[in-house]
Write a protein that binds this ligand. Structure first.
Ligand code: UGA
Length: 433
C-alpha cells in the first residue's frame, strides 16, 4: 500500500514517519521547499521525542519515507492520500479556517488517475469531509475515489507512542470497500488489540472535537475545584485522586494548573462552540469552560503580583515556556501568557526552558533567557514554575536558596511538596492547595 500525506506540520510528519515504521511506502508533501529539503536531510522543524530516529531510519535505511514539494508527482500512484494541513482559527470568527483543506482537495482532484481513498486527518468541523468529496467529484467520477474521516489523537511530547499504541482508531466511512482498506492499513495495531471503530463520516468528525472538548472541560472543571479548595482548606490533588479512582471519572486530565493551552484545545473548543451555534445549539457548558480558561491566566498572574508584591522593575524567574513538557511548542502557552502580562506591568522576566527558548525568541516579548534553571532563579522576587519539565522536578532548593534572598515559589503545576519547601524556608504557593 502506498501512502501520500499532504502537509508536514506536526500531525503530517508524525503520521508519515509512523506509517513508514509500519512498513508502508510513504511520501509527505509540503509546498515549503526549504522545509522539504530540511526534512530530506533528517532535519525536523520541531522537537518531539523519538522523531529524529524515525526520520533517519526511514529516509536513509529503509527508504520507505520521502518528502516532496510536488503534489502532482506524489499523489497519482498513492492508494491512500491523507490531508493533514493546518486548520487554524479564523482571525475574526472562532470557526476553523479550512482554506488549506479546500486547496488540498482541489489539487488532489487535478492529479489522481486511479482509485484512491482521500482521508481527512486534519481536525475539521463536521461536514468538511463530505465537502471534500463534492470538490473532488467535480473532476473525478465518484466510483474512482472514496473519502474517509480518520482523526488523530496524538499528544505533543508523546505522539509516537500515541500513534503506535492508541486507545482507539476511528474510521468514518460510507462504504465497505473504503472501510476494509482502512482496516487493512491499521492491521499492525491488531496485534496489540487496538479497538478499531467504524462510524459514519459525520460521527467520526464529531468524535474528534467532542473528545478534545470533553478533556478541556475536565481541566476547567478541576481548575475551578482547585479555586474552591484554596478557599476552604482542601487540597485539589487529594480531591482529584479521590475522584479519579472512580473508573467512571478516571484519573487522567484531572491535574489542576494554569489552564489548558497548546495548538489544539483552545482552538478546537472554540471551533466546536461555533459549529454548535451554527446548528442552533447553545453549548453553554463548553462556553463556560472556554471563558473560565481564558480568564484563569489573568487571575493567576494578578494573584502572583499581589501575593509577591511585584511592582514595576521587579524581577521574576519563570521556569518553562512551552505549553507542556517534552515539546518546544509555545502556541497558546500559559507560561508565555503570564510572561506577557507581567511584562505589561514593567516586570522583568528571567526564564529557562529546555527546548522552547528558540521559539520564544521569535515572540514579541523581552525575556532574559538563561542557560539553566539555577541561573534563572538567581536574585529574583519570585520563582514561577510554569511548565512541568522533568528537569524541574528535582531542583536543589538549598542551592537556589543561597542565590535567592526572597524565596517565594508559585508552583503552578504542583510538582513540589509544599511542606518540604516551607521547611527549608521558602514561601510556597501551589495550585488548589
Ligand atoms: C491534545 C489531545 O490530548 C490529543 O489527544 C489530540 O490529538 C491533540 O490535542 C490534537 O487535537 O491534536 P496536546 O494539545 O498535544 O494534545 O496536549 P495535551 O496533553 O492534551 O495537553 C493540552 C493542555 O492541557 C496543556 O496545556 C496541558 O498542560 C493541559 N493539561 C492537561 C492540564 O492542565 N491538566 C491535565 O490534567 C492535562
Amino acid at each position: 500500500m502506498k501512502l501520500a500525506i499532504i502537509g508536514t506540520g506536526y500531525v503530517g510528519l508524525i503520521t508519515g514517519a509512523c506509517f513508514a515504521e509500519f512498513g508502508y511506502q510513504t511520501v509527505c508533501i509540503d509546498k515549503d521547499e526549504i522545509r522539504v529539503n530540511d526534512l530530506n536531510n533528517s532535519k525536523c522543524p520541531f522537537y518531539e521525542p523519538g522523531i529524529d530516529n524515525l526520520l533517519h531510519k526511514h529516509l536513509h535505511k529503509t527508504k520507505l519515507l520521502s518528502f516532496s514539494s510536488s503534489l502532482s508527482q506524489s499523489v497519482n500512484d498513492a492508494d491512500i492520500i491523507f490531508i493533514t494541513v493546518g486548520t487554524p482559527t479564523k482571525r475574526i470568527e472562532n470557526e476553523a479556517d479550512l482554506s488549506y483543506v479546500w486547496n488540498a482537495a482541489e489539487e488532489i482532484s487535478n492529479n489522481i488517475n486511479k482509485y484512491c481513498i482521500v482521508v481527512t486527518k486534519s481536525t475539521v468541523p463536521v461536514g468538511t469531509t463530505r465537502e471534500i468529496k463534492n470538490i473532488i467529484s467535480k473532476k473525478i467520477n465518484e466510483k474512482n475515489f472514496d473519502v474517509v474521516s480518520n482523526p488523530e489523537f496524538l499528544r505533543e511530547g508523546s505522539a509516537i507512542n500515541d500513534f503506535m499504541r492508541p486507545d482507539r482508531v476511528i474510521i468514518g466511512c460510507e462504504n465497505k470497500k473504503s472501510e476494509d482498506i482502512m482496516k487493512e492499513l491499521y492491521r499492525p495495531l491488531y496485534l496489540i488489540e487496538t479497538p478499531i471503530i467504524s462510524t459514519t463520516i459525520e460521527s467520526s468528525e464529531v468524535i474528534k472535537y467532542a473528545s478534545n472538548s470533553f478533556l478541556a472541560t475536565k481541566i476547567s472543571f478541576i481548575n475551578q475545584v482547585a479555586d474552591l479548595c484554596e478557599k476552604v482548606g482542601a487540597d485539589v490533588q487529594d480531591v482529584a485522586k479521590g475522584m479519579g479512582i472512580d473508573k467512571r471519572i478516571g484519573n487522567k486530565f484531572l491535574h489542576a494548573g494554569p489552564g489548558y493551552g497548546g495548538s489544539c484545545f483552545p482552538k478546537d473548543v472554540k471551533a466546536f462552540i461555533s459549529t454548535a451555534e451554527k446548528n442552533d445549539i447553545n453549548f453553554s457548558i463548553l462556553t463556560a469552560a472556554d471563558k473560565f480558561n481564558e480568564e484563569r491566566i489573568i487571575k493567576i498572574t494578578n494573584n502572583i503580583i499581589s501575593k509577591a508584591n511585584l511592582a514595576k522593575g521587579s524581577q521574576v524567574s519563570l521556569l518553562g515556556l512551552s505549553f507542556k513538557p517534552n515539546t518546544d511548542d509555545i502556541r497558546d502557552s500559559t507560561s508565555l501568557k503570564i510572561a506577557k502580562l507581567l511584562q505589561n506591568k514593567g516586570i522583568t522576566i528571567k526564564s529557562y526552558d529546555p527546548e522552547a527558548m528558540d521559539n520564544a525568541k521569535k515572540e514579541n516579548i523581552e525575556l532574559i533567557l538563561c542557560s539553566n534553571a539555577y541561573e534563572a532563579c538567581e536574585d529574583t522576587k519570585v520563582i514561577i514554575i510554569g511548565t512541568e519539565w522533568n528537569e524541574f522536578r528535582a531542583l536543589d532548593f538549598l542551592k537556589i536558596k543561597s542565590a535567592n534572598r526572597n524565596r517565594v515559589i508559585f508552583d503552578l503545576r504542583n510538582i513540589y511538596n509544599a511542606k518540604e519547601l516551607r521547611d527549608i524556608g521558602f514561601q510556597y504557593f501551589g495550585t488548589g492547595t
